[in-house]
Write a new protein. Structure first.
Length: 230
């Protein structure tokens, strides 16, 4: 006789205890320990780990995040520290700059004493977006910053569509693409090199002095890389 299945049983299904559900981990640079964001993220249920981050202040789901208060943003703009940090962040495929405290301190108002006008700040923001390709988020305060990080950490990865067409570069674009991978060479300089040397072979065989005609001080680093033995 087949066993009787009691479909009316009031026995509740086993639910995985909350403690057994793995928490999303957020890496925080140890210099942010005194910041209230870390404690807020812990309250929101995230696994917080402090460590020495060589680049950025936070790593959230693989995204490198540099956080600046409005006053810190202005100061690091003046002493050019932020420029170095933005360059270092290029090592990450996904990166983000958060400027925090716009509700508490207006970004353009109190900086005349520091010798910076509002348009210089606007120009620098545009440079971050267009030259360094780093998105900027303006947050009200530390609570708002923590909420942005919370949403990012819990955001599900969307699958890439399968029917995306890949752009095929023509031969000239390929040559330019190769040269732009060299240190300090952008699109304009790459085109100048191609106009000067015509082929990659001629450029690679050029002396350092010949490269200096186009590259100036950058010639030494490029010449060294061309002759570097793998």
């Amino acid at each position: 006789m087949a066993p009787f299945l009691d479909i009316f049983s009031k026995k509740k299904p086993r639910i995985k205890p909350e403690s057994a559900i793995p928490k999303e981990k957020i890496l925080i640079d140890y210099r942010e320990k005194n910041c209230l964001i870390a404690s807020e993220l812990a309250k929101l249920g995230f696994d917080i780990e402090f460590k020495e981050l060589k680049v950025a202040d936070y790593i959230v789901k693989g995204v490198a995040i540099e956080r600046k208060t409005t006053s810190d943003f202005i100061n690091s703009m003046i002493n050019r520290r932020l420029l170095k940090q933005l360059e270092e962040m290029q090592q990450y495929k996904e990166r983000l700059l958060i400027i925090e405290g716009v509700e508490e301190q207006e970004l353009y108002s109190d900086n005349r004493l520091k010798g910076i006008n509002a348009n210089a700040i606007r120009g620098f923001l545009l440079s971050i977006l267009l030259k360094h390709k780093i998105p900027i988020i303006f947050t009200k305060n530390y609570l708002d910053t923590a909420k942005f990080m919370s949403v990012l950490a819990r955001k599900k990865d969307s699958e890439a569509p399968l029917n995306v067409s890949k752009k095929i570069l023509n031969k000239k674009e390929r040559l330019q693409f190769i040269l732009e991978s060299f240190p300090g060479i952008g699109p304009k300089t790459a085109k100048k090199l191609l106009k000067e040397f015509k082929t990659l072979k001629q450029m690679f065989n050029a002396s350092e002095d010949e490269l200096k005609k186009v590259l100036g001080k950058k010639a030494e680093a490029v010449h060294e890389l061309i002759h570097f033995v793998y």
